[in-house]
Design a protein around this ligand. Structure first.
Ligand SMILES: [Zn+2]
Ligand SMILES: [Zn+2]
Length: 326
C-alpha cells in the first residue's frame, strides 16, 4: 500500500515557483538516471578523497546535489577536476546534520551563485535536523552545527524546505523525509543524545533522508550515511513508489563496523538487488561481503570512487582506474 505523503512545508523564507514544491502521485517512472560520486574516501585520477559523501543525481534532466561532502572545498574542487558544472544545479539535499555531509554547502552556494543566483537555492532536509544534540552530561548543545549553517545559508538568499515525510521533488524522484524504523537497525556511531520530554535518549538521526527514484527496472535509492537503516529505507522506498523491486542502492549505508550477522540480515532484506554502488561509511569489507551474499560481482557491487558513476541501463562506471577489471 502506498504511504500517504505527508509533506510538511516549513518555508523559512517565502519561496517562489510554487509548482516546484507541489507533491504529486508517485506512479511516474524516471527514464534517464545518472548518479556521479563527488565525495567519498576513494578517488580516481586528479580528485580529492575525504571522509564524507556527496553525489550529483540527474533524473530526466533535473540535477540534484545530494549532500555536500565534509571539507568546505572538496566537492567544488572535485567537480572542477571532473569538468562537471554544478552551477545549473538548483536543488540540494542534506541527508542529516553530520558535518561530513554538510561541510561543502556554503562554499558551493557562494561559489556557484556567482554564475547562477539560483544555484543550490533550494535546500531540502528532514524534520529533526534542527534538534539540539547533547553529550552524555546533558549540558552541551554544541554538537549540532546545522542551525548555524542554515542561518548562514538563508543569509545567501537560499530557501529551506523541511520534510516530515515523502515528497516528490522531481518527477519520479522522491525524498523520504524521516524514515519509519520498522527494523531495529542501529547504523550510526553512538554517543550523542536528543531530548524527549525531559529525558535524554540516544540520537537515532530521525531526520535521515534518502532519495528514491522510481524506474522501469525497479527502485533506485541514493543515501548519504543510511543512518535510518538500509532495510528501513528500502521498505520506505518500496511503499512510496508502490514497487517492491529494488534495483540499485547507491551511497553510504554505515555498515563498516557491523558484525557479520547484520550483513547477512541486510543482504536477505535487499534480495534481488541488481547494483550496490557503495560509498563512504559502507566500508570496504562490508561491501565485499554484501557482494558475496547478494550474488553480485565486481561490476555490480563496487566500492565507489570520486568520479565514478551509475547510469540507468548501463550500470556502474567504476572510474578510470577501478574500471580496469578486464
Ligand atoms: Zn552521519
Ligand atoms: Zn557520513
Amino acid at each position: 500500500m502506498k504511504r500517504l505523503m505527508a509533506c510538511l512545508v516549513l518555508l523559512l523564507t517565502c519561496f517562489g515557483g510554487a509548482g516546484a514544491w507541489a507533491a504529486s502521485g508517485g506512479t511516474h517512472q524516471a527514464q534517464d538516471v545518472r548518479v556521479t560520486i563527488l565525495s567519498t574516501m576513494l578517488t580516481d585520477y586528479g580528485t580529492l578523497g575525504e571522509w564524507g559523501f556527496a553525489a550529483l543525481v540527474e533524473v530526466d534532466g533535473r540535477r540534484i546535489l545530494f549532500d555536500t561532502g565534509g571539507s568546505p572545498d572538496v566537492v567544488l574542487r572535485n567537480a572542477e577536476a571532473l569538468k562537471i558544472d554544478l552551477s545549473t544545479v538548483e536543488d540540494v539535499v542534506i541527508s542529516h546534520f553530520h558535518d561530513d555531509h554538510t561541510g561543502g554547502l556554503l562554499t558551493l552556494r557562494k561559489a556557484l551563485m556567482q554564475k547562477n543566483p539560483n544555484a543550490l537555492s533550494r535546500l531540502y532536509v528532514g524534520e529533526g535536523i534542527f534538534s539540539p544534540r547533547y553529550m552524555k552530561d546533558g549540558k552541551s548543545e554544541s554538537a549540532n552545527g546545522f542551525p548555524a549553517l542554515a542561518k548562514a545559508y538563508l543569509e545567501t538568499g537560499g530557501h529551506i524546505q523541511q520534510l516530515s515525510g515523502p515528497s516528490e521533488i522531481a518527477t519520479g524522484a522522491w525524498l523520504t523525509g524521516p524514515v519509519p524504523r520498522g527494523h531495529a537497525e542501529t547504523n550510526w556511531s553512538p554517543g550523542l543524545f536528543v531530548k524527549s520530554a525531559a529525558e535524554l535518549v540516544p540520537d537515532t538521526l530521525r531526520e535521515d533522508t534518502s532519495l528514491v527514484i522510481a524506474t522501469a527496472q525497479g527502485v533506485v535509492i541514493v543515501t548519504g550515511c543510511g543512518h535510518a537503516g538500509i532495510m528501513n529505507i528500502a521498505d520506505d522506498a518500496k511503499a512510496m513508489t508502490g514497487d517492491a523491486r529494488l534495483y540499485a542502492v547507491i551511497g553510504g549505508i554505515h555498515l563498516f563496523a557491523k558484525p557479520d550477522a547484520v550483513l547477512v540480515e541486510t543482504a536477505a532484506r535487499l534480495k534481488g538487488l541488481s547494483y550496490l554502488f557503495a560509498a563512504h561509511c559502507t566500508g570496504v569489507e562490508a561491501t565485499f561481503r554484501l557482494r558475496e551474499l547478494l550474488g553480485l560481482d565486481r561490476r555490480t557491487a563496487v566500492v565507489a570512487a570520486v568520479g565514478s558513476s551509475f547510469t540507468l541501463g548501463k550500470g556502474i562506471d567504476a572510474g578510470e582506474i577501478a574500471g580496469w577489471v578486464g
